[in-house]
Ligand binder design. Structure first.
Ligand SMILES: [Zn+2]
Length: 446
């Protein structure tokens, strides 16, 4: 007998009943006969694999007052997430050695309601820590090609990257890069600030698309040279995606992530909402935003990650826009808004979009038995109601601080239920509130 049967599930692969036993999908059929201990009727809803967000900053340990694994994971669960990969910053210490990894693992196992992967750092001086971190199970290594905004996480120049990428390739892990050119962004920022040009437009102008392209060109060259698999995070421009597609066509192993905020918002939203929509690379113009959708539809984006990077309100308040914290809070609504925009406005199919949120993440990072609705896979499932029209307000937010770039927007995709291994974790209920997620480690080399 099944523990749970979901009837009439409209999945990206078609409509069927889903039978679940001990947290695993054990049957898929047009009509499964009861009895089951529990049944759910999904008529009128979409049932998708749970979102695997490969890019969050939950900031714990060290900056749990900015977010924290308990609040962050619950907010993401409410937004359709069933797993996240936590970046090696802005937690402090950064996840640059085994001791720091162990500390973060303890925090996550104690507090996260979702399954989690952990990124390791690639920073100057930690080259010898990379192999032990890979052996312990980090999902990959993250480096910054420009200043990260965190003194304890310095940027990696070409020499550091080259050496680190050789190590990463040797231990079968990919390197994820924040791709903006250090010398150009630093020079433009310094010139603007020295001249007292510290407004919103001055900040946007200090991080041009050209900075992203210069960094991508260097990253691709180093990948070719070292044989390291690359993942360029938060690609903001269609030009960047085009360069990466060209590199892939030449045989470079490079994937592209973009984020909901680049797909949903543009530079006028930064002027409208201020530092809530400040990020790096910054939001681009409307023409580029629309072109990102075209690349996405054509297969030019491999994964979509939230890059949830919140802070307390006080850090967003500077009159000098360069000094306001750059990072968008949005793991609760970014994905539902993206799903609605994709399906209702941009003509994408569920079969095209859903893998970018789950299946591709699993494949790219070498995980197993997740990200697909298939027999033998974990029953990580989300129920989506595309008939919704909910205006997002600050009081809806489950994050530590009620700050989101999406407040005020109308969300047309309500996440009505999130199941992790068959257990309903959203909406929260007393029977499952004690459940905690598991650490996800790569099963295969990339
Ligand atoms: Zn990030």
């Amino acid at each position: 007998m099944f523990d749970l049967i979901i009837h009439a599930a409209e999945t990206p692969a078609g409509r069927f009943d889903i039978g679940i036993t001990e947290g695993v999908i054990t049957a898929l059929a047009p009509a499964l006969p009861d009895p089951a201990k529990t049944t759910l009727d999904a008529t009128g809803l979409l049932v998708w694999p749970g979102i695997m967000d490969a890019h969050v900053h939950f900031n714990e340990p060290g900056r749990a007052d900015w977010e924290g694994l308990a609040t962050g994971s619950r907010a993401l669960a409410a937004g359709g997430g069933t797993a996240f990969f936590d970046m090696p910053l802005n937690s402090n210490p950064p996840t640059a050695n085994l001791a720091a990894l162990e500390e973060k693992r303890r925090c996550a196992e104690a507090e996260s309601v979702l399954d989690f992967g952990l990124w390791g750092a690639l920073i100057p001086g930690n080259e010898d820590d990379m192999e032990p971190l890979a052996a312990a199970g980090v999902i990959g290594f993250k480096a910054f090609m420009s200043d990260s905004g965190m003194a304890e996480f310095p940027h990696a120049n070409a020499a550091v990257l080259r050496a680190g990428m050789k190590r990463a390739a040797a231990c079968g892990r990919l390197v994820a890069l924040h791709a903006e050119d250090q010398s150009l962004t630093r020079r433009l920022s310094a010139e603007a600030q020295a001249a007292g040009r510290t407004g919103i437009q001055d900040y946007l102008d200090s991080r041009p698309v050209q900075a992203e392209l210069l960094a991508i060109d260097l990253a691709v060259e180093l990948a070719g040279e070292t044989g390291c698999a690359l993942h360029i995070v938060h690609v903001s421009s269609p030009e960047g995606l085009a360069r990466l597609a060209a590199a892939r066509a030449q045989g470079v192993d490079v994937s592209a992530e973009t984020c909901p905020h680049y797909l949903l918002l543009n530079d006028t939203d930064v002027h409208r909402t201020g530092a809530l929509a400040k990020c790096a690379p910054p939001l681009r113009d409307e023409t580029r935003r629309l072109e990102l959708w075209q690349h996405l539809a054509a297969g030019g984006v491999q994964t979509i990650g939230s890059d949830h990077s919140p802070s307390p309100a006080s850090l967003k308040e500077s009159t000098d826009f360069f000094k306001a914290w750059g990072g968008i809070g949005g793991c609760q609504h970014g994905f539902p808004l993206t799903i609605a925009a994709a399906l209702l406005d941009h003509g994408l199919s569920a079969a095209t979009l859903s893998p970018l949120l789950s299946g591709h993440v699993v494949e790219r990072f070498g995980l197993a038995r997740k990200g697909k609705i298939a027999v033998g896979y974990d029953a990580d499932l989300i129920f989506l109601d595309l008939k919704a029209a909910d205006r997002i307000s600050a009081q809806d937010l489950l994050t530590r601080h009620p700050l989101s770039a999406y407040t005020g927007l109308v969300n047309r995709c309500r996440v009505t239920r999130t199941l992790l291994r068959g257990q309903s974790i959203w909406p929260g209920n007393p029977e499952t509130s004690h459940l905690r997620g598991r650490w996800l480690k790569p099963q295969t080399a990339v």
